[in-house]
Every structure is written in C-alpha cells, then in structure tokens.
Design a protein around this ligand. Structure first.
Ligand SMILES: NC(=O)c1ccc[n+]([C@@H]2O[C@H](COP(=O)([O-])OP(=O)(O)OC[C@H]3O[C@@H](n4cnc5c(N)ncnc54)[C@H](O)[C@@H]3O)[C@@H](O)[C@H]2O)c1
Length: 356
C-alpha cells in the first residue's frame, strides 16, 4: 500500500482555521491521508495563553475563528520548519505579505516531492516592474509543484458548513483528484480545472473590485450601482488576465473563483466593509484595518497598488479605470466622492454589434 500522505497547513488565520476544519475532517476519515494534520501557527499570547496551546487543548482558534471547533487531529505548531518538514501536501494560507519570508525559512527544509496548494489571494511585485503570482513565488523558492484554490468562500460561512463551491486550479490530473478528496465535503463542493494562473488572478483582482463596492456603499449608492461596479470590475479582470496571461480561458470566470467569488466579496467581504467605513468615517485604511478586523489583514488596497505599479509602467492605467480609481482613493490621490465619475466614461460603455 502507498504511504499515507501527510498534510501541513501553513497559516491559521480566519481562512486557515476554517480550512483546517475541513482538512482535519477528511484526513481523519480517508485512508490515503495520515490523520495527523500539522498547522503552522504564528504564535500570539491571548489572555495570557499561547495561541498554539489554546488550539491544541481547547481545539478552537479563539482569535481568528471563534465559536468553531477544529478537529483534534489538527496539531498547532509554532515552528514553521517543524510543522512542514514531513509534509507531502503543503497548504499555504497566510496573508500574502508574509509568504516570501516564510518561503525563505522553508527553503531546502521540506520534502522535495511535496506538492503545494495555495489559498492565498494577492500578488507580489516582480523585479523589473511586473507582478508575480504567489504560487509562482512559492514554486520558485521551494522548487515544488504549486496548485491553487480560490472561490466564493467567506471563511465564517464555510466554517458554519453552509453549502458553497470552490475551484482548484491544478497542474496535474493525479494531484487534482487527491486534492479534491482532501478538500471536498457535502457542503464544500470542488471543481478542478487546469487554467491555474487565471484561477489565481481572479482571487487577487476581485479584492480590488470589492473596495470599489465598499466605496459605493459608503457613498450611499444602491444595488444597481453595485451591480455596475461588479460588471465593470469583471470586465477589467478578464481584460487583465487576457492581456498578461495569454493562455487564460474565459470559462474560468464562470467558475466559483470568478464571478461567484466577485459577487460574494462585493457584498460580504472584509475589503468591502473597511472601504465603506473609509468613506463614512474619513479614517485611514490602516487604522480601520486595526479597528475593524481584529488582526485579520486587508488585501484589496495592497493588490490595487501592485496592479497599478504594473499598469503605470505599461501606460495602461486608462484602460482599467476602476482598478486605477480604487488605487488612487486608497493611496489618497483621489477623493472617494469622485469614484463614480472615474468609471462614468468606462471604455466598456461603447456600441457593440456582432459582425453577423
Ligand atoms: N478569510 C476569508 O474569508 C478568506 C477566504 C478565502 C481566501 N482568503 C485568503 O487566505 C489568506 C489568509 O487569510 P486568513 O483569513 O486566513 O488570515 P487573517 O487575515 O484572518 O489572519 C492573519 C494571519 O496572519 C498571521 N500573522 C500576523 N502577523 C504575522 C507575521 N508577522 N508573520 C506571519 N504571520 C502573521 C496571524 O497569526 C493570522 O494567522 C489571504 O490571502 C486571504 O485573502 C481568506
């Protein structure tokens, strides 16, 4: 019999803890996985106790996912290398600003045959002006195959076991079915596709659109305006993917990682919430992040900056007015009250006739 696959979850925030519930459950019941799942936890002291101790003794991450039990076969470990060294499957689920440091620490310390699954939504700046996908960064540092999982998956609702779907972008059929087994439950249905980069691009870009949705909410606009922002945002996402990732397939935008995640994020996500408060209170984004999110991290404003960095270099800011306006507002270069004016003359507002 083949050896059981060992799983490590690198990260233990809101999403990391919700996915630990699922992975712990599946690893305990399916023969192909070792039932002991390790979880790297960035150590914090909460009410005088270590977070790892709380998770291992009370089986709950009281800071990032309070009110939900994490299965007892998930073991919290504060040492990154210790938690990952024997893993066959490494699930990366940390805010994207921390991933490079963590990859540096893991370099040469993991199984060379390990496979990665990144749940991280965001980009990084590439040397020379472009943007780097997080899965590519992990792949380069660790020299392993890295797949991605993105979808309309607000962590709290997934932890509540409310029915939803997700998308795994996978580089090989064999790993596609193993990862589906590891992640799927009756309430968390998985579609596996091979358009890996587009799946990841969707997951990062939708957070920029969500900031725009939050600005509109803060300014008192209604559902029609929100829908216009979602549609224009989707068109910019598609254009971005097709411009910079030539093999990108339109069908990927119909998966959970595409239009579904975009809608969820523009109604329920943290980027929308903080952006609404930004307009209503006039406080800066950093202060609101601390005030509202209790240690959770915001991705939209950083992603908008990374995308803008690339668009500016390529002289393409005008072709992506929504992405550009969100960046300028988050950066303090544009008043949020002017947001709608920036998308009023969007290049999508044209006469479209088919050639038939
Ligand atoms: N929360 C969701 O609903 C959700 C859903 C899908 C995808 N995601 C994505 O998952 C990724 C992780 O998000 P999350 O919600 O699990 O995290 P989070 O924002 O809830 O928590 C922040 C995490 O970062 C850790 N941390 C803080 N400072 C650190 C440091 N200096 N070094 C290393 N770690 C540090 C904290 O311990 C905590 O685990 C993000 O890319 C996010 O976009 C989140």
């Amino acid at each position: 019999m083949a050896e059981k696959k060992k799983v490590c979850i690198v990260g233990s925030g809101n999403w990391g803890s919700a996915i630990a519930k699922i992975v712990g459950y599946n690893a305990a019941r399916l023969d192909i996985f070792d039932s002991r799942v390790t979880m790297y936890v960035y150590e914090e002291i909460i009410n005088g106790r270590k977070l790892t101790e709380i998770i291992n003794e009370d089986h709950e991450n009281i800071k990032y996912l309070p009110g939900h039990k994490i299965p007892s076969n998930v073991v919290a470990i504060p040492d990154l290398v210790e938690s990952s060294k024997d893993a066959d499957i490494l699930i990366f689920v940390v805010p994207h600003q921390f991933i490079k440091n963590q990859c540096e620490a893991l370099c040469g310390k993991i199984k060379p045959t390990a496979v990665g699954l990144s749940l991280i939504k965001g980009f990084d700046r590439a040397e020379g002006g472009g943007i780097d996908l997080i899965s590519h960064i992990i792949q380069r540092y660790l020299n392993i195959e890295v797949n991605v999982l993105m979808g309309a998956n607000l962590a709290g609702e997934v932890a509540d076991e409310k029915f939803c779907e997700t998308t795994i972008g996978c580089r090989s059929k064999e790993w596609g079915s193993i990862l589906k087994n590891l992640i799927e439950t009756d309430n968390f249905k998985v579609v596996v596709i091979d358009d890996v980069d587009t799946v990841e691009v969707c997951g990062a870009l939708k957070n920029i659109v969500a900031c725009g949705a939050g600005f509109a909410d803060g300014l008192g606009y209604g559902d029609n305006t929100k829908s216009a922002i979602i549609r224009l945002g989707l068109m910019e996402m598609i254009k971005f993917a097709q411009t910079f990732y030539k093999s990108s397939q339109l069908g990927t935008f119909y998966e959970s990682c595409g239009v579904a995640d975009l809608i969820t994020t523009c109604y329920g996500g943290r980027n929308r919430k903080v952006s609404e408060a930004f307009v209503k209170t006039g406080k800066c984004i950093e202060d609101l992040e601390k005030e509202i999110l209790n240690g959770q991290k915001l991705q939209g404003p950083i992603t908008a900056e990374e995308v803008n960095h690339m668009l500016k270099i390529k002289n393409m800011e005008n072709e992506f007015p929504l992405f550009t306006a969100v960046y300028k507002i988050c950066h303090g270069d544009l008043k949020p009250q002017l947001f709608i004016d920036e998308i009023r003359n969007h290049p999508e507002h044209i006469v479209k006739f088919s050639n038939l």
